[in-house]
Design a protein. Structure first.
Length: 81
């Protein structure tokens, strides 16, 4: 039994499909496999996880305040005075 190509909005047809899918094991589309290299992913996480903290540690408190003011103005769409 094949899955209908066009999805129906009729409740009885949807119910019939659900019953067929649960009793006759109609294959449901699977997600594509993740083809990423696990070693490259691990290396990327090492650098990405500490990047923002390392940058923040180098900034002076005054510079952090300037950056937060700019971000706040952009967030609330205010013009700087």
């Amino acid at each position: 039994m094949q899955r209908p190509k066009k999805r129906s909005r009729d409740i009885s047809e949807i119910a019939a499909f659900v019953v067929r899918a649960t009793t006759e094991e109609i294959p449901i589309e699977e997600k594509p496999a993740n083809n990423k290299n696990p070693h490259a992913v691990a290396i990327g996480k090492l650098g990405g996880a500490k990047g923002g903290f390392a940058r923040a540690a180098r900034l002076s408190p005054e510079r952090k305040k300037e950056i937060s003011k700019i971000a706040n103005e952009k967030r609330w769409d205010k013009k700087p005075t």
